[in-house]
Design a protein around this ligand. Structure first.
Ligand SMILES: [Zn+2]
Length: 82
């Protein structure tokens, strides 16, 4: 059983190596602009916002939703001390 797993892992590694080599050899298509490998879908639309951590529940939330109280940051008025 262990030997079978070994051969499976070996085949997987060889397949991965061949696949990466094929990708490197094919390169960008001739005569055409190379497509972006993995364009971030919404990176251009949404500016990166600073994330804060709620001092009450520990959840991370965007700084625009911050509810500051006593010098600490809270995710909502319900978690801020009254
Ligand atoms: Zn909270």
């Amino acid at each position: 059983m262990t030997r079978l797993l070994f051969w499976l892992a070996l085949v997987f590694l060889v397949a991965a190596a061949v696949r990466s080599k094929l990708r490197k050899m094919s390169g960008p298509p001739p005569g055409g602009a190379a497509p972006a490998p993995n364009p971030p879908p919404r990176a251009a639309e949404q500016p990166i916002e600073r994330m804060l951590q709620c001092a009450h529940c520990g959840v991370h939330f965007p700084a625009s939703e911050n509810v500051p109280a006593n010098g600490r940051d809270y995710c909502s008025p319900a978690h801020a001390p009254h």
